[in-house]
Ligand binder design. Structure first.
Ligand SMILES: Cc1cc2nc3c(=O)[nH]c(=O)nc-3n(C[C@H](O)[C@H](O)[C@H](O)COP(=O)(O)OP(=O)(O)OC[C@H]3O[C@@H](n4cnc5c(N)ncnc54)[C@H](O)[C@@H]3O)c2cc1C
Length: 370
């Protein structure tokens, strides 16, 4: 192990959309920062739908041009079967921001890293945070990969580590899980022409989400509750059975071409911190508030929270103590409004009042908002 010592005003842990948006904002104001990211290269993450109202924040961050790349597809709405038997077309085009984007997510993550490196920002790729400690006026983070251990000093640490909120955990701060929704994801090859749209359909045990991935396959996600997910060896049979309940999505899928070898299971519910900042730390993106994917809020809100966190830190360094309170106010308000919309939306699906998923889902969420 070799030792190194470096200093940055702000140490950002996590090189996803939230961490990168924080870095871009800080660098634009001239505040030194670095990013510590566990993966050497970006890996494929779930989540590709960017709604039209994401455009202003992309513009603010100076990265709107990234999504104009042909690898990201413009899309104009969703087809949704939720709360009735019919598949309804929900168009964006009437809104002021027009179309949204279906991202090539892996490529987007590569673009984001490139953008940060262009600023000359130190990017510790392949390094994990081991420990973090705080004194009255500073933080110290020890990070390592297989060869090196580096001690980094700074004034503030940013938790941009996603749903796990690893920095907060190391500081003894834990998120509250509002519900226990999980996603099971896999892909399906197709020979037919793929439409640039998302399809959503509810079933007794949860809801399905289908999005195009490249020219010849779809990404499929089944959202259900943790209790209903069977053991690994029974998963394929479980999914095959669930697919049979689909009325609309089944028309574009051939279950024979499902790639069950690449099944991934991950948490996909709502979770939040009580307060998104504290002594010498601030949380951004999913680390602060993780959203239900039905909302398509995740990436946009990760970028926005990174932007506002960067601004709050800049004000704080100028001696404006209230800056963090303003950050909290913005995030809490957005989250409250999301919870109200989410609860309302889930309550519109009344076909399976006695089902484990729908019964507890609605009441779980409802309890947290009243
Ligand atoms: C199934 C599913 C579907 C989704 N669909 C959508 C969608 O359609 N649209 C949408 O907007 N959102 C969607 N989302 C949500 C979206 O993907 C997230 O909200 C978004 O990625 C959050 O960005 P982030 O930067 O906060 O976290 P992340 O993107 O998770 O980035 C965190 C980064 O921190 C790194 N890291 C973690 N721990 C450490 C550590 N200890 N040390 C160093 N680095 C670390 C990780 O490697 C990672 O790169 C979906 C989520 C799920 C689960």
């Amino acid at each position: 192990m070799t030792k190194d010592n470096s200093y940055y005003k702000v140490v950002i842990v996590g090189g996803g959309p939230a961490g990168i948006a924080t870095s871009l904002t800080l660098s634009s104001i001239g505040i030194s920062n670095c990013i510590i990211e566990a993966t050497i290269e970006p890996t494929k993450k779930c989540g590709e739908a960017i709604p039209p109202n994401a455009k202003p924040i992309l513009k603010q961050l100076g990265i709107q041009h990234l999504i104009e790349h042909p690898r990201h597809i413009k899309y104009y709405g969703n087809k949704v079967c939720w709360g009735s038997e019919n598949l309804e077309q929900k168009e964006f085009i009437r809104g002021i921001h027009g179309y949204g984007y279906l991202l090539d997510r892996l490529y987007f993550e590569k673009q984001l890293r490139k953008q940060v490196k262009k600023n000359g920002t130190a990017f510790y790729e392949g390094y994990k945070l081991n420990t973090v400690s705080r004194s009255k006026s500073a933080i110290e983070a020890v990070i390592s990969n297989t060869q090196n251990e580096i001690t980094i000093n700074g004034s503030y640490i940013v938790d941009g580590t996603g749903r796990k909120a690893s920095v907060c955990r190391k500081l003894g701060i834990y998120k509250t899980a509002i519900d226990s929704q999980f996603a099971i994801t896999f892909s399906v090859k197709t020979l037919s022409i793929i439409a640039n749209e998302i399809m959503v359909e509810t079933t007794e045990n949860g809801w399905w989400y289908v999005a195009p991935e490249g020219n010849d396959q779809y990404t499929l996600m089944f959202f259900t509750t943790k209790d209903l997910i069977p053991k690994k060896e029974e998963l394929e049979m479980f999914l095959e059975k669930e697919l049979l309940h689909l009325k609309h999505i089944s028309k574009i899928l051939n279950p024979m071409t499902c790639n069950f070898e690449k099944i991934r299971i991950m948490p996909a519910g709502t979770s939040c911190l009580d307060i998104p900042y504290g002594d010498r730390w601030i949380a951004v993106g999913d680390a602060a508030y993780a959203y239900d994917p039905v909302s398509s809020y995740g990436i946009t809100s990760a970028l926005a929270s990174g932007f506002y966190a960067g601004k709050a830190l800049a004000s704080y360094f100028l001696g404006k103590e209230d800056a963090m309170l303003v950050y909290r106010y913005i995030l809490e308000n957005a989250f409250q409004s999301y919870m109200e919309k989410l609860t309302k939306y889930y309550s519109t699906e009344t076909k399976w009042k006695e089902s484990t998923y729908w019964k507890y889902r609605f009441f779980d969420l409802y309890d947290k908002t009243i």
